[in-house]
Ligand binder design. Structure first.
Ligand code: NAP
Ligand code: ZN
Ligand code: ZN
Length: 348
């Protein structure tokens, strides 16, 4: 049994979005039915809707930065109640039995987690994401949004927030550490806010100085461009670099800005292969690493941390008619700093 709900659908790679409907399963024993209020637009939505990461499943309803309110719960639900403010991030299920799942790191599920969209559930049916008015999700994959954060600025935390919080915590950003954030878009601006709140000294490396005032307002101590001369001047500086850039980067030049034992983490997922020289690592016992969103437990920790520190995303709220235009603006780095769809504008 299913029901249909209004959604924004793209029928094929790169095709414009259209209003249509999408099927949601009936609320099962452990399910939560959520009235979606806002859905953030992540650059990963664009990569997948345009098939920049390989084949996608179409028709597609993207959206994995979901904030809303619980409308209905299954008989066995204990974690959430009708009326609760909740969020859903990048995955909606996992095997729950492998070592990463048992460790609360479901993003690394050995059998593959079930992505919120562009994936398939345990029964093989495609998943559809948050550019819609409602979604049904197992309660174990639904987060609590603390009272202190409004739903619109909370939505982007469900991907951009956790994707930056997790590596910052994993590699120990805090007092006495120097952190560089490369690229100040959706992920980058939250990385700046969170790293600052954790107590690190924060430098933004952007390809333009046009967002400098904003960066300093978000808590950056320094704001530089990532040109060759600047990167040469900054050699040996950073304990941690969080790279959020969605495009190609001169990786060696960035690696050399790491201090001894420093780590450069890729969270940005460019379409092309990136290159680096082993000497850029050898010279300072440096590490090149990657990080993938975060588990459910850490996502809840991040939301609580953001509420405690007054952190939300900087957003531009758009209607269902503006999504194609917003995609082009994200790709052109013309986003300040996350587009959020008001899902009330989706029904025809
Ligand atoms: P975004 O809002 O578009 O931000 C990316 C930033 O990268 C831009 O604001 C820009 O910052 C910089 N940039 C973009 N194109 C550039 C170019 N050609 N040259 C130099 N810099 C450029 O995207 P996002 O939503 O933050 O996502 C960023 C990346 O992370 C995407 O690849 C996305 O798929 C990936 N992602 C990964 C995970 C994960 O779990 N690992 C999770 C979510 C997203 P400046 O203008 O400041 O230079
Ligand atoms: Zn995302
Ligand atoms: Zn698993």
């Amino acid at each position: 049994m299913t029901s249909t709900v209004p959604a924004l659908v793209t029928p094929s790679a790169g095709a414009p979005f259209a209003r249509a409907s999408v099927e949601r399963r009936d609320v099962g024993e452990h399910d939560v039915l959520i009235d979606i209020a806002y859905a953030g637009i992540c650059h990963s939505d664009i990569h997948q809707a345009r098939e920049e990461w390989g084949a996608s499943i179409f028709p597609m309803v993207p959206g994995h930065e979901i904030a809303g309110v619980v409308r209905e719960v299954g008989a066995g639900v204990t974690r959430h109640a009708v009326g609760d403010r909740v969020g859903v991030g990048c995955f909606v299920d996992s095997c729950r039995a492998c070592a990463p799942c048992l460790a609360g790191e479901e993003q690394f599920c050995e059998r593959g987690n079930v992505p919120t969209y562009n994936g398939r559930g345990a029964d093989g049916s495609p998943t559809y994401g948050g550019y819609a008015t409602q979604i049904v999700v197992d309660e174990s994959y639904v987060l609590r949004i603390p009272e202190g954060i409004a739903l619109d600025v909370a939505a982007p935390l469900l991907c951009a927030g956790i994707t930056t919080y997790s590596p910052l915590r994993h590699w120990g950003a805090g007092p006495g550490t120097k952190v560089a954030v490369v690229g100040m878009g959706g992920l980058g601006h939250l990385a700046v806010k969170i790293a600052h709140a954790l107590g690190a000294e924060v430098t933004v490396l952007s390809h333009t100085l046009s967002k400098k005032d904003d960066g300093l307002r978000f808590g950056a101590d320094h704001y530089e461009t990532g040109d060759r001369d600047t990167l040469r001047r900054l050699r040996g500086t950073f304990d941690l670099i969080v790279n959020t850039v969605s495009a190609d980067l001169p990786v060696d030049a960035y690696l050399r800005t790491l201090a001894l034992d420093g780590t450069m983490v890729f969270v940005g997922a460019p379409e092309n292969k990136q290159q680096f020289s082993a000497f850029s690592l050898i010279g300072g016992r440096r590490r090149l690493a990657g990080s993938n969103i975060g588990g459910i437990r850490e996502t809840q920790e991040m939301l609580d941390f953001c509420a405690e520190h007054g952190i939300g995303a900087e957003i531009e709220t758009i209607t269902a008619d503006d999504v194609d235009k917003a995609y082009d603006r994200v790709v052109a780095s013309d986003v300040r700093y996350r587009f959020v769809i008001d899902t009330a504008t989706i029904p025809a």
